[in-house]
Design a protein around this ligand. Structure first.
Ligand SMILES: Nc1nc2c(c(=O)[nH]1)N[C@H]1C(S)=C(S)[C@@H](COP(=O)(O)OP(=O)(O)OC[C@H]3O[C@@H](n4cnc5c(=O)[nH]c(N)nc54)[C@H](O)[C@@H]3O)O[C@H]1N2
Ligand SMILES: Nc1nc2c(c(=O)[nH]1)N[C@H]1C(S)=C(S)[C@@H](COP(=O)(O)OP(=O)(O)OC[C@H]3O[C@@H](n4cnc5c(=O)[nH]c(N)nc54)[C@H](O)[C@@H]3O)O[C@H]1N2
Ligand code: SF4
Ligand SMILES: [Mo]
Length: 671
């Protein structure tokens, strides 16, 4: 038996981007552990990756060869075909669509499965540009709100490295289920706590990290902007502001404070369902803390006030002047990497006048034909739209249409693949080379394949190379090798990307040779060069109401707010192998008012859908709020719908046209 150890990197949509050590026995992956290559992740990985990689790569859900649909859409009935037959059929069907409707009737439908730059979006982008297909604005699905809020306020720069959390006197984890979603940050926070540092968690849920907090504030979802304003007002009242820093570096102080001052701690406490005393204590600890580190997650971006909430909370360290070598905000890590996206993706290959649609609107356009030309051919890759999109039922209606031709490219037979006419088998990240920046730390990594592609699968890059050849695209851009793509992906000073050693990670550094940190060796890159609490650029992009943080009240006929945090067993829907029924967390008062018993099956519904979940009565959620993890597969549900069916796809956050997963109102009854 041959047993070898190979270096790799975790590709999943997770801020940690861990370095891995993979055990391969007779060509099969049998074990995955953390490696020391990336000092930030240093030998530690999450349970789900340690447990599931063998099944992800070699398990029964793995797609091993091209398939053609042999039953109704969604039924999952397929027959094996050859690569040639698959490419021929795609070519013929897509050409027929383009002859009738033009190339914009073709659209990619992709998101964030693999986070390597090549598999993520490289040759695929070139292909769709050249085709003249519809382009997608994708940041609305996740992260766009937070990064717009960040870039509008500080510019597209990195904040502080997450390593700073280890030495913080106070860490503030806000809307961030870090134990589950950002475990290496938590390791740094524990280090700080061992040295006497404090931890504040702001989250409607009593998450694991909230249980470890010295102070846990559980505001109602969507009210964080009020909490942040009240904190700003209270900090001003107790004289905690750094006036010199503000005068030199902050733009829009007066406008911001005019919004904040009316929110006394008492008024905000009532609106946020908090206690006055908690806000006062929080402000005092912020004032005392040095160094201070903020780590805002994605949870609070997913609502109508998401952008405003993030802008208001990241203003606090600025008003305190606590940014620099030791204090900062753990955001903007993607900006640490010198990516050269135009070289990698080649938008210059596109014809003039292509249209761009918001990813969140694709379900509507597919279902209702409410756009001209309509969408008649879709390529689903790196994405599981049926499970993850808001308004799931509408997305399914769209993908179920017989007159829409769909191509699916995935590693796993997902419930979205089941809607496709042709499926192409994708290689996993253990089967191709790729380059890995991170969105949670500043270390760049490269990986080589650890095993050859399983079955007839191919890397995304090669699949799109073959598609391009079949469509007759003869530009040299379409024969670029993976090595050439890698070298086109980033612009590094000392080394070619394709030559980065696989057993080390490359730290992104400032000109002074030290780690990048805002107000140490990086400065705001806003139009004014200052921290813009008032942002003309955000107003230009997202409308005049985005000039300053604003507060929009929720209105609905339904009494309970449903939020959907990340699960510790899977990454969005990836690795969701279990068919166990997901749970709905509900406060005892709400359960009593509805006569619901623990562990009972309950019906969660609104005008868009209905889901049956198992009830968990717990005071880990506040009254008025219910929670159920994102990413459950349809097969877990008796109604064939999951909580994404309850989420509006038309409601948008105040920045980035962002999805409002956590702004969902529902009623819950006995099933
Ligand atoms: N294990 C695991 N890890 C993951 C993922 C996964 O599915 N599983 N997903 C990955 C992806 S795609 C992402 S985007 C990140 C996201 O990771 P996080 O940033 O942790 O985001 P969420 O889990 O969406 O929500 C975080 C917390 O926000 C809280 N929250 C919800 N609404 C509000 C609000 O209005 N205000 C406040 N203050 N808090 C609120 C939720 O209760 C939750 O505990 O994690 C990545 N990592
Ligand atoms: N209800 C609810 N829904 C949500 C959210 C929520 O808060 N609530 N949050 C949302 C968030 S934060 C996000 S980021 C989105 C995530 O939405 P998606 O990006 O669609 O995430 P996944 O469900 O993980 O699907 C990724 C797919 O990529 C595939 N894949 C992995 N590696 C490769 C590869 O190398 N090649 C190919 N071709 N495929 C590969 C996986 O097998 C998987 O099927 O979901 C959103 N959905
Ligand atoms: S999912 Fe996240 S924590 Fe788990 S191994 Fe991958 S990068 Fe690390
Ligand atoms: Mo996400």
């Amino acid at each position: 038996m041959s047993v070898i150890q190979r270096a790799s990197v975790c590709t999943f949509d997770c801020p940690d981007t861990c370095s891995l050590s993979v055990t391969v026995e007779d060509g099969r992956i049998t074990k995955v552990r953390g490696s020391e290559a990336a000092p930030f992740t240093a030998g530690v990985i999450c349970n789900k990756v340690a447990r599931d990689m063998s099944e992800f790569v070699h398990g029964p859900r793995r797609i091993r060869h091209p398939l053609r649909r042999a039953g109704a859409k969604g039924s999952g009935s397929f027959e094996r075909i050859s690569w040639d037959a698959a490419l021929d059929e795609i070519h013929a069907r897509v050409n027929a669509v383009m002859d009738r409707w033009g190339p914009q009737a073709v659209t990619p439908l992709n998101y964030a499965g693999p986070h390597g730059m090549l598999a993520g979006e490289s040759m695929s982008a070139r292909f769709f540009y050249k085709l003249g297909a519809t382009q997608l604005y994708r940041r609305s699905m996740c992260g766009g709100v937070r990064s717009e809020a960040w870039a509008g306020t500080f510019g597209a720069v990195p904040g502080c490295p997450p390593e700073l959390a280890a030495d913080a006197a106070l860490n503030v984890v806000w809307g961030n289920n870090a134990t589950v979603t950002n475990l290496h940050l938590v390791r740094r926070i524990r280090q700080s706590k061992r040295n006497g540092g404090r931890l504040i968690v702001v989250d409607p849920l009593r998450t694991k990290i909230a249980e470890q907090a010295d102070l846990h504030l559980a505001p109602l979802p969507g009210t964080d902007v009020l909490l942040a304003w009240a904190l700003a007002a209270e900090l001003e009242r107790i004289g905690a502001f750094d006036q010199a820093f503000i005068a030199q570096h902050v733009l829009g102080f007066d406008d911001f404070m005019a919004l904040a001052r009316p929110w006394s701690t008492a008024r905000a406490a009532a609106a946020c369902q908090l206690q006055d005393e908690q806000i006062v204590t929080c402000a005092r600890w912020l004032a005392e803390a040095d160094p201070l580190v903020f780590a805002p997650g994605n949870g609070l971006e997913r609502g109508r006030n998401g952008g405003s909430s993030i802008r208001a909370l990241i203003a606090l360290p600025a008003l305190l002047g606590k940014l620099g070598k030791r204090s900062g905000i753990v955001l903007g890590a993607s900006n640490a990497f010198p990516k050269t996206m135009a070289r990698l993706q080649r938008p210059d290959l596109a014809p003039d006048g292509m249209r761009t649609l918001n990813l969140l609107d694709i379900g509507r356009y597919l279902a209702n034909d409410s756009i001209d030309p309509p969408l008649r051919a879709v390529f689903i890759y790196n994405h599981n739209p049926v499970v993850v999109h808001p308004d799931q039922n509408r997305m399914r209606r769209g993908l179920a249409r017989e007159d829409v031709f769909s191509v699916g490219i995935d590693v796993a037979m997902t419930e979205s693949m089941a809607y496709c006419d042709i499926i192409l088998p994708a290689a996993t990240h253990f089967e191709y080379a790729d380059l890995y920046p991170s969105y949670g730390h500043h270390w760049l990594q490269r990986a080589e394949p650890v095993i050859p592609p399983v079955g007839e699968s191919l890397p995304n890059t090669e699949i799109f190379r073959r598609l391009a050849a079949r469509f007759g695209f003869d530009d040299p851009a379409f024969v670029a090798s993976d090595t050439e793509l890698m070298d086109a992906a980033v612009d590094l000073e000392d080394v070619r990307a394709s030559e980065i050693a696989t057993d080390t990670a490359l730290q992104m550094k400032g000109k002074d040779g030290r780690p990048l940190a805002l107000f140490d060796n990086v400065f705001p890159a806003t139009p004014s060069g200052r921290i813009e609490l008032r942002s003309e650029s955000l107003a230009q992009r997202w409308g005049q109401t985005a000039l300053l943080p604003t507060w929009r009240v929720r209105t609905s006929d339904h009494p309970l707010m449903l939020i959907s945090p990340a699960s510790d067993r899977q990454i969005s829907s990836t690795l969701g192998f279990t068919t166990a029924k997901p749970r709905l967390m509900m406060h005892p008062d709400d359960a009593a008012a509805r006569n619901l018993a623990d562990d009972a099956d309950v019906r969660v519904c609104n005008e868009r859908g209905e889901v049956i979940l198992a009830l968990e009565i717990t005071d880990a959620v506040p009254p008025g709020v219910v929670a159920s993890e994102k990413g459950a597969w349809l097969a877990t549900s008796r109604t064939g719908q999951t909580i994404s069916a309850l989420v509006s796809a038309d409601m948008r956050a105040d920045l980035a046209d962002g999805a409002c997963f956590n702004d969902t109102l529902v009623e819950v009854t006995q099933a």
